[in-house]
Every structure is written in structure tokens, then in C-alpha cells.
Design a protein around this ligand. Structure first.
Ligand SMILES: *Cc1c(COP(=O)(O)O)cnc(C)c1O
Length: 382
């Protein structure tokens, strides 16, 4: 079955006997046990307590794990919570982890502050390292955290090579798969043990919900489920319902983001004041070959560098934008543009940074290009 067909049918259990197309939104804290046996755990019950999820949550968990080829999925209140839960499920005091230098900034902050306080040491590695990661492993290394493409700088990582090096030493691999959205990239098939996603982005798709997911292999699922229970996170069924609704159009939307994104990237690449466009689908991207090998498409998020970034130039560009909004997050139907200063410790920033990070939404790309064209003219005369 193709993914677009799958997206229309997965996670629709619980709709019987009424013939509903969509699973109902089940709000619950208390669940009444049908018998004393069930209360004592001697007879199985599908639901025990609201914090552990209702049929609405189970539908989304099932859909996500089917889409990414996992054994199961766990939902958490945000994408960041998915990243931090994956790490916490797999490490203990005294452990060492390897994290890509291109990791999402708040995930880096969690490692540098919360993990360090708990006695877990983090080493950042260059995203281009691939199989060379073996040389950074220590006897107490437990985990490699990959993000591909990297946040803001969009390096593609050689996941199969990293996973082979890690698994040879009994080390687990977690990947932040938010950019691939479970659709353009299938990391569990390439060796990852856990794929985390900010559903806030493309699965939600409408800039109105916060949610995260961990899609796990059979080996990692029990540890993730256990840690999730210990931490006590719960997600709202209304948000889960919105994610399920977003999932139905994920493929259609992503293909439109992909086509428009490439068109805008190509146009930007032809502008004299644009020094470099960083888009994995562009043939001049340093890891374009890896992207072609491991991804089936590109979402609408990429970056570009301008010849110069004086504050007055940036202010002139941004303040007159008609269609592009200036705001965090991405993956919604609308276009966004921000200035970004990627925090890096191994890959030192060039003098060309800051970067401009662009999210190409579902508007007509000709209108978006016109908005950018006017913006670059304002930049030029500032
Ligand atoms: C946005 C983002 C997150 C965090 O998601 P939230 O739902 O905002 O917490 C994690 N990883 C990546 C790559 C992201 O872009």
C-alpha cells in the first residue's frame, strides 16, 4: 500500500458501531472498571486511566507507528518533550551520549543543562561524520542523537552508517524526524531505534496545536512507555484529534510544500544578493546524494544566506513583508521567514551567518516570490 492510501485509512479503529468516519474525541480522567477482577488487573481492560490515553490517543499512536513502520508510538505534549523523553528513556547517571552539532537548539539546552545536572555527559559531533562516529564512542556511550536534516543548517546525516557503528557497540540511535514528517523519511528502516517528531509541525499542519510523538521499535518501546508513565505527561484528546485530522492530508500538503519550496529555492538561488541557498533537494547541497538515497521528498523548510546582514537591511526586508510571517515553528499552511543564529560548538559559524530560515507554505509560489522580490529590493536600498 502506498503512503497516501495508508494516510486515509490508518488509525480509524474505534469508529464502530456508529459508522463514523473519524474516531470520536474521548475525554476522560476516571475510567470505571467493569469488575473486581479487572480492577485487580486479572482481566484485561483497554483503558485504565485518562493519563494513559483514550481510544482517540490509541488511534493516533497506531496511525503513526504504521506510517513509520514502528512497533508502537508514545504521545507527549510537545516535540521537545519527545526529544527529551527519548533520551531519558535510554540513559542513566554516568552515561555518555553523542549528539549532532546541528541538533534543534532546545534539545541542545536540555543536554547541556538538565542532562549534565543528572551526570550524563554530551559530546557534539559534526553532522557530516557518518561512520567516523565510531571514533567518538566510549565504553559508557549509550546513545547517538541524530537530526537529519539538521536544524537551521540542513546537513543530511548518513543514518545507516551511524546506526551500523552504534549497533556494533550496543549503542541506540534516536533521530529527530520532524523535517521528514514520517512521510519523506523512514528512519526505522534505516537503522534508527526511535524516531521522534514534533507533530506540532506538518502533522498538525495548521499552526494550532502542540504535540510530540516517539515511534519506537519493539526493543525500545517498553523503555519509552515506562519512562513516559513515570514522568506523568498527558496529552489532550482535542489536540490528538487535530493531529489525526492533519494526518489525512499530510501527503497532499507535503507534496505541495515540496514543489513550491523547490521553486522558491531556485528563484532565490538566481538572485545576486543571495550568497547560498541551503536546500537538500538542490544539486549543490553538500549531502544531496545522501538526501536522494534516504529521502523521497523535501518539505517546505530550508535556509539561505545573504551577501550582508546589517540590521537596517534585515529590518527593511522583514518589516514590509505582506505574505511571509515572522514567527517560530513551521509546518503550517502559511509561509514564514525568520533570522536564525544556529548555536554550534563543533561546526564554527562562518562570517556569512545569520541565516534566513524560510518556510514555504501552501500559497501560490508566484505570490511568495513577488513578496520576497520586494523584500530583497528593500534590503538593497536600506
Ligand atoms: C519545532 C521542533 C521541535 C520541537 O517541537 P515543539 O512541538 O515546538 O516542542 C523539535 N525538533 C525539531 C527539529 C523542531 O523543528
Amino acid at each position: 500500500m502506498h503512503d497516501d492510501t495508508r494516510l486515509a485509512h490508518i488509525g480509524r479503529h474505534g469508529t464502530e458501531p456508529l459508522g463514523l468516519v473519524n474516531p470520536p474525541v474521548c475525554h476522560a480522567s476516571t475510567i470505571l472498571f467493569p469488575s473486581f477482577d479487572a480492577f485487580e488487573g486479572k482481566a484485561p481492560v483497554p483503558i485504565t486511566y485518562g493519563r494513559h490515553g483514550t481510544s482517540t490517543h490509541f488511534a493516533l499512536q497506531e496511525a503513526l507507528s504504521e506510517l513509520e513502520g514502528g512497533a508502537g508510538a508514545v504521545l507527549v505534549p510537545s516535540g521537545l518533550a519527545a526529544c527529551t523523553l527519548a533520551i531519558q528513556a535510554l540513559v542513566a547517571a554516568g552515561d555518555h551520549i553523542l549528539v549532532t552539532d546541528s541538533v534543534y537548539g532546545p534539545t541542545r539546552a536540555f543536554c547541556d543543562q538538565a542532562l549534565r545536572r543528572c551526570g550524563v555527559e554530551t559530546t557534539y559531533f559534526a553532522p557530516e561524520l557518518g561512520a567516523g562516529i565510531a571514533e567518538l564512542m566510549r565504553p559508557n556511550t549509550r546513545l547517538v542523537f541524530v537530526e537529519s536534516p539538521g536544524s537551521l543548517t540542513f546537513e543530511i546525516q548518513d543514518l545507516p552508517a551511524i546506526a551500523a557503528a552504534a549497533h556494533a557497540r550496543g549503542v541506540r540511535v534516536v533521530i529527530d524526524n520532524t523535517w521528514g514528517a514520517g512521510y519523506f523519511h523512514k528512519p526505522l528502516a534505516l537503522g534508527a531505534d526511535i524516531s521522534v517528531q514534533a507533530l506540532t509541525k506538518y502533522v498538525g499542519g495548521h499552526s494550532d496545536l502542540m504535540l510530540g510523538a516517539l515511534i519506537c521499535t519493539a526493543e525500545t518501546l517498553p523503555a519509552v512507555q515506562a519512562q513516559a508513565r513515570l514522568q506523568g505527561n498527558a496529552t489532550a484528546p482535542d489536540d490528538v484529534f487535530l493531529a489525526l485530522r492533519g494526518l489525512r492530508t499530510l501527503g497532499t500538503r507535503l507534496k505541495a510544500h515540496d514543489a513550491s519550496g523547490r521553486r522558491v529555492a531556485e528563484w532565490l538561488g538566481g538572485q545576486p544578493m543571495v550568497r547560498r541557498v541551503i536546500h537538500p533537494a538542490c544539486t549543490d547541497h553538500p549531502q544531496h546524494a545522501l538526501w536522494r538515497r534516504d529521502f523521497s521528498g523535501a518539505c517546505g523548510l530550508f535556509a539561505f544566506e545573504l551577501e550582508s546582514c546589517r540590521r537596517e537591511q534585515l529590518a527593511a526586508l522583514f518589516d514590509g513583508l505582506r505574505l511571509f510571517g515572522m514567527g517560530y515553528s513551521w509546518g503550517g499552511y502559511e509561509s514564514l521567514l525568520i533570522v536564525a543564529h544556529p548555536p554550534r560548538s563543533v561546526c564554527k559559524p562562518g562570517n556569512e551567518w545569520p541565516l534566513l530560515r524560510i518556510h514555504v507554505g501552501l500559497e501560490d509560489p508566484a505570490d511568495l516570490i513577488a513578496d520576497l522580490h520586494e523584500g530583497l529590493q528593500r534590503w538593497q536600498s536600506a
